[in-house]
Each structure stands twice: as C-alpha cells, then as structure tokens.
Design a protein around this ligand. Structure first.
Ligand code: SF4
Ligand code: SF4
Length: 445
C-alpha cells in the first residue's frame, strides 16, 4: 500500500529529516501516557496511543516498517490534545513529534480527496492569514443567518446531502460579524482606575469574526482590571491550525508577522482568550528555533503570552462578580478544559479559581473535565467518527454534573460543547459559554 508521492521511501527520507530522533529515543515505552490519551481510551488499541504512535514513527525512520496508509491514518487520528505530555515521566515532546510527522506526511500524501485539497488551500493560504477576508466571511455568514437562506438550506437539507457532520456544525453556527474588535473599539482602550500595565490583545482570526462579543468582553475585563489594552491592527492568524496540519512553513511566516506587530506595540503581556491560539503563541520560540535571527524576538514574544484567565487571576486588580440571579440560584456551573490551555500553557487552575469566585458554591467540577471534547481544531471535520465518539462520552459527564452552564476557554471547545448540548436536546436547559462572557456578565463595576 503506497501512500506517498514518490513512494514510501521518499516519505521515509522526509521523516528522517524532520523527526527529532533524540525525542523518539527518549520514549522509554513505560506506557504512563496511555490512560491520558483519548484515542487510546476510546479504542484500547496500542497504535492509537502516544507510545504506539512514537513506535510507528521510530520504526518508519529506522526502516523497520513502510510508512504506508496505516501510518498516515494513525498520525491523523491523534487529536493533538497533548494530554500525554504532562503524564510522561521522560518529558518526551510528543507535540513536536506529531507536528514533524504530519509535516512530512502532508508533503507526500496522496490521500486527500480533490475537494479537501481545495478547501485546505482556500482556508490555510487564502483565508486565515488575511483578516479583511475573515471579516468578509463574517459578514457573509451574518447575511446567511439573517436573510432566510439558512432556513431554506435547513429545510432542503442541502448541507446534509454533502456531509452529515457539516450539517451538525451548521446548526450551531454562532452569530458572526463583519466587524472585528478594532472596528468596534479602536486599537487602544484605556485602563479603568489605577493602571497596572499595558497588554496586547491577541484577537484571533476566527475569534474576531465568530465571537466578536467575546473579544469585546475580554478587552472590557482587562480594562476593568487596570490594563491599558492595545490591539495591534497588523497582527494576523496565530498559525496553530497550519502547524497542526503539516503547514509549518506558513505557520512560521504568520508567527514572524505577529512578533513584529506586538513588538511595535510595546506591551508588557500578550493576552489570548483562545487556548488553541495561546498554545502556539507560547511556543513561537520553538516554532522558529531553526532561524537564529528570530531567536531573541521569538523568546521575547513567547514569554509575554498569557491566557485571559491567568492574567485576571494573577495580575492587575481583582474583579468582583455578582451572585447568580435568584431564579438561577441553584444553577450549577462547570468547566470544560481547553486541552491546549491545560496541557501546553499549564493554565488549568486559573479558570477554576475565577469561576469559583464568580459562581461561588454553584461551581462543580465534572468528571474528566481535563479530557479532550473531540473538537481539536478541524479534527471534528476531518475525523468525525472519533470526534463524535469522544463527544458522546464527554456529554455523559456533562449530563451527570447536572449543570446549567458549561464554561470553556477556546472557540473550538465552545462550539463542540454547543454541538453536544444540541445533539442531546438540552438547548433550553443548558448553555455553553466562553469564560470571558460568563465573567463579564457577572461583573460588578
Ligand atoms: S496528543 Fe492527545 S490524542 Fe494524541 S497521542 Fe497525545 S494524548 Fe493521545
Ligand atoms: S509516558 Fe512518555 S516515555 Fe512513557 S511511553 Fe508515554 S511517551 Fe514514552
């Protein structure tokens, strides 16, 4: 079974060039990572585990197996959630290995269907890097929702005929906007009261048109906490989806652009409100490690990145929150971790601390909150079967927690939880919210 352009020998050569062999040999096969891995928990199959995937990578590099279709599938089945990293006693940098493997696979794959190639090119190269095009997309989505086209599409099941997963995603589309945060608030928002520092807001390409209100509330929270907020207009997409999907060279170009934009803004911290973006932003130094001329600038950038919850919990003026309204006095609030915020940014504690302050005794920790929800960037589109299986198990835990609010820290997790709630017919009694929305709506000024 040949998978690769140029044959499996060509793919092996690229894997040999890209993969960090020292990291591959650092894995001592102990298996401590297995219980943390969602795809292993779902399947019980060694090849679907971190240890199994590392063994496949090493065997391919060592010439002990053909990097064939099965190899490519196993690399693509990984969610990239990186729950295996904190569980690993040998500190194996699994996230780096899987990105290197995917970059190699992407260079040689013959597996993409014609339309997947077209969509990838359009999304990665023509859409995400250009914020004005993202705003046009937001405006088009707004028209789609409000003009009656959406109603027609749903009645005729036009999307469902193409893909049932796309049809499910269509049902939970947020209210998009043709205006981003800069168009709404300008590029500077002053601190309220005593000033505690200057932060740069990383607006995110998708966040800025699909969750514009969340971005606005993030800026308001930062201003209330005593930060001058600068929103550099020149910033662009973080490059996370590119890096996770094997488009590393483009991710590097996006990173350089962002570093320049925030250096010119002269900020103390760079704040992200999306775990998926934040996780690559804190690793720009690694992303650019082969380019010595970017070394100091990438480190300058990476060490300033903070998630919105972390900066609110650790810096600035502590904020006060109103109790939940009387009619929601028994409402319970839980938190679904963003894998990248928890496993890469090590920021799982701050959201819980803030939610306990804002919701008091109504906060409950759900079982396996730290385990992936199955969203994982575009995984829920590319691997719908596994994604839905993981989501079903997640919803068992959400339902058992008996909550009204499921709070998240990442747009992908937010939409995935919305999808789970919709699929379980709970939309009237349960709501998925971004933490910035939850906190801002309870803010006492
Ligand atoms: S990144 Fe997540 S899905 Fe992939 S091997 Fe690690 S724990 Fe498993
Ligand atoms: S925990 Fe680390 S060393 Fe052990 S099998 Fe997993 S990746 Fe290898």
């Amino acid at each position: 079974m040949s998978v690769a352009k140029g044959g499996t020998a060509a793919l092996r050569e690229t894997l040999q060039a890209k993969l960090d062999y020292e990291q591959l040999t650092n894995c001592m096969r102990c298996g401590f990572c297995l219980p943390a891995c969602p795809t292993f928990k779902e399947t019980g199959v060694e090849a679907e585990s971190p240890r199994g995937r590392i063994s496949l990578m090493k065997a391919a590099v060592d010439g002990l197996m053909e990097p064939n279709v099965m190899f490519e599938e196993q690399m693509n089945h990984c969610l990239g959630c990186r729950a295996c990293e904190p569980a690993c006693p040998a500190d194996v940098k699994y996230g780096q290995l899987i990105e290197q493997a995917r970059e190699a696979v992407e260079l040689h794959t013959t597996q993409h269907r014609w339309w997947v190639k077209g969509v990838r090119k359009a999304v990665f190269k023509q859409l995400f890097p250009h914020q004005h095009r993202m705003r046009l997309l937001g405006a088009a989505m707004n028209v789609y929702k409000k003009s009656g086209v959406q109603t027609l599409i749903r009645k005729t099941n036009a999307v469902g005929m193409f893909s049932s997963q796309l049809a499910s995603m269509e049902r939970i589309l947020p209210d998009a906007s043709g205006k981003g945060i800069v168009e709404i608030m300008g590029t500077r928002v002053a601190a309220k009261g005593e000033k505690h520092g200057t932060v740069g807001m990383f607006r995110g390409c998708l966040m800025d048109v699909m969750f514009t209100e969340t971005n606005r509330k993030t800026v308001e929270l930062l201003s209330e906490a005593g930060f001058d907020v600068v929103i550099p207009e020149a910033q662009n997409c973080c490059g996370a989806l590119h890096a996770h999907s094997g488009e590393k060279e483009q991710a590097k170009e996006l990173a350089k652009h962002n570093i320049r934009a925030f250096q010119e803004a002269g900020v103390d911290f760079i704040v992200s409100n999306a775990g998926g973006c934040g996780a690559i932003l804190v690793e720009y130094d690694h992303l650019l490690h082969e380019e010595p001329e970017w070394h100091d600038q990438a480190i300058w950038f990476a060490k300033r990145v903070k998630d919105i919850s972390t900066i609110l919990a650790e810096k600035g003026r502590p904020l006060q929150y109103a109790a939940l309204p009387q009619d929601q006095g028994t409402a319970r609030v839980t938190y679904q971790d963003s894998c990248h915020l928890r496993n890469v940014m090590k920021g799982g504690q701050a959201p819980r601390q803030l939610l306990q302050q804002a919701a008091g005794g109504a906060y409950v920790e759900m079982k396996d909150a730290g385990s992936c929800c199955g969203s994982a960037g575009i995984y829920n589109m590319t691997q719908p079967e596994m994604s839905n299986q993981i989501l079903e198990h997640k919803m068992e835990n959400v339902n058992a927690a008996g909550v009204r609010y499921v709070v998240t820290s990442n747009p992908g997790c937010h939409l995935q939880m919305k999808l789970g709630i919709e699929k379980h017919g709970c939309s009237g009694q349960m709501e998925a919210l971004h933490i910035a929305d939850f906190l801002y709506d309870r803010l006492v000024r």
